[in-house]
Design a protein around this ligand. Sequence first.
Ligand code: ADP
Ligand code: MG
Length: 250
Amino acid sequence: MVRASRVRKSYGRTEVLRGIDFEVRPGEVACLIGPSGSGKSTFLRCINHLETIEGGRLWVDGQLVGYRQKGDKIYELRPRDVAAQRRRIGMVFQRFNLFSHMTVLQNITHAPVLVGGETKAAARAHALQLLERVGLTGRDKAYPGQLSGGQQQRVAIARALAMRPPLMLFDEPTSALDPELVGEVLEVMRDLARDGMTMVVVTHEMGFAKEVGDSVTFMDEGMVIESGAPSDVLDNPQHERTRSFLSKVL
Ligand code: ADP
Ligand code: MG
């Protein structure tokens, strides 16, 4: 579902991704861990071409992301084609980024109606199903400001799912939440994983990574230091940098 090969990204003269190799098979949950500034968010943003890349290749569902290849050369896709690719990838951020002037229902149906070509009735019916799935039945008329952080994040997940993406990206989805609200969001993610959703999750929740993850990838300074089964990487890390990081977060 996702394949990255030697992906490089710089901001000005600073190279923040220095040749990332990464793979996620359909139905798998891949967790990305690593210290602040190691390039986790940048890498996630490359997967849906919110960032251009300077080297390497990235594929989602067999399609080259953001570019087309002609002979040896690659060309960036037109904005319209990038948008079409991005529609197939759901993204959930640390800060929920809901539209504050829209109700929960409007937040969820906005994209399907506007860019997905769904009828309002179909989008509404799907939104109500999604609200049930994230445990928010009956909150469709609420505004984001009337909800807790955990509830807002669950709406954000429902909104991302509304476009029926085959791939979901999560960037520290619980980091901005009060501790007592973390569990309800992880529970929704666990449920999604159980249903077979392919997910890439940047997280500091090692319990979640171990229980739900099919793989854990540790990044540091723009590189993948090690990657493997959660039990191997988290319980028996092979690299000093991984050990040092884990000793600080566990
Ligand atoms: P992480 O998510 O692992 O904390 P980031 O991907 O956010 O790391 O950042 C990786 C590095 O890239 C950091 O050094 C950060 O300061 C830098 N960086 C991120 N975004 C930008 C940007 N838009 N412009 C310049 N530097 C950036
Ligand atoms: Mg980040």
